[in-house]
Design a protein around this ligand. Structure first.
Ligand SMILES: Cc1cc2nc3c(=O)[nH]c(=O)nc-3n(C[C@H](O)[C@H](O)[C@H](O)COP(=O)(O)O)c2cc1C
Length: 326
């Protein structure tokens, strides 16, 4: 245990406590709206309904909160990170261009939050360099929106657990259990691909053929070298390259350009790949609906991180693709 008063270490240790993020609003003596981002919010009592938060004595909005007698706590949703940043900037006109309502306690009400609590100041306590405000809740509402999370000095993503995290067997050196990441990612991939297997078969396409045609659809005509490089990121060995087969089936053809030969989709190749992509998009939509919007984003975010960490080159490939599609 450190007994020295080292503010940086103390702040870092406090950051281990994961919180939501709120914006607290009130009005100053002129009736102008005032607000600031705060994560010191907590519940105190159910009966009477009391909550608290603390405000730095150095905050520009301190006089307004100390004197107004009313304030409203907005628990931010995961979509409101930019709003949190805006209200964490000192003294700016934080409400400029914002659509707000006025609550029954006279304080500005922000919209699209995870929950809101209208409060009347019950107690104020000195808290070192902060003032602690305890308020009685006079009105509240809540929604199903996923809350914004703050952990270790950064915004974080909240996701619901589906079961225990990690199996004991995963720690054993010889185990190749269902907790092995490669197994999970691979199985998810093959099961998803399995869901469009019948469409691939209808079009007579193998997995590398589908990969090649969809690459040409997204990126336009490509040289053989570029296609081989892209194939490398698909996980199929170069000898699986289906260029000749697809040309023989007239799904793609070679064009002569200024920079040499390039391969492009033919009409029938385009139709075949669009047919399969439509099915894949429909299966993705079904899956995302079951997963829920926020968990779907968390999953995509983690998969993108894994892709970047295991093959940084593939991110460049991707960005080029996205630029082109955009
Ligand atoms: C996630 C987060 C949580 C914060 N929590 C608090 C808090 O609980 N109390 C506080 O006084 N400042 C807190 N701050 C800092 C204030 O939002 C910031 O100092 C703001 O500029 C104060 O505005 P003002 O000086 O215009 O009043 C927090 C900032 C962030 C980004």
């Amino acid at each position: 245990m450190s007994t020295e008063n080292n503010p940086q270490d103390f702040r870092r240790a406090l950051g281990a406590f994961t919180t939501g993020v709120t914006i607290v609003t009130t009005c100053d003596a002129d009736g102008s709206p005032v607000g600031m981002t705060a994560n010191s919010f907590n519940s105190v009592s159910l009966d009477p309904p009391l909550v608290l938060w603390s405000i730095a004595k150095s905050a520009k909005s301190l006089p307004a909160f100390a004197e107004s007698g009313h304030w409203t706590v907005h628990i931010l949703s995961a979509e409101q990170e930019a709003l949190s940043d805006r209200f964490a900037r000192r003294g700016e006109d934080k409400f400029a261009g914002l659509q707000t309502e006025t609550g029954s306690n006279g304080c500005p009400l922000l919209t699209d939050c995870a929950a809101r609590f209208q409060c009347k100041t019950s107690f104020q306590y000195d808290g070192g360099d902060h003032l602690i405000l305890v308020g009685e809740v006079t009105g509240f509402d809540s929604s199903e929106r996923t809350p914004l999370v703050f952990h270790g000095g950064r915004y974080a993503l909240a996701t619901k657990k589906s079961g225990p995290l990690g199996l004991a067997a995963a720690d054993e050196p010889h185990s190749f259990s269902e907790d092995f990441l490669g197994y999970l990612v691979g199985r998810a991939h093959y099961q998803f691909l399995g869901s469009i297997r019948s469409e691939l078969e209808t079009q007579g396409l193998s997995d590398p053929e589908f990969f090649t045609l969809s690459t040409l659809l997204q990126r336009g005509a490509q040289s053989r070298g570029a296609l081989d490089e892209l194939m490398r990121h698909s996980g199929f060995p170069a000898q699986f390259s289906p260029i000749e087969r697809l040309c023989a089936r007239e799904m793609m053809h070679e064009e002569q350009g200024e920079t040499g030969g390039r391969y492009a989709l033919t009409r029938s190749g385009r139709q075949a790949v669009l047919f399969v992509i439509a099915a894949a998009k429909a299966r993705e939509a079904d899956l995302l609906e079951k997963l829920g919007d926020w968990d779907a984003r968390v999953l995509k975010n983690l998969l993108k991180q894994m892709i970047a960490l295991t093959d940084p080159g593939s991110v460049e490939v991707w960005q080029a693709t996205q630029t082109r599609v955009a």
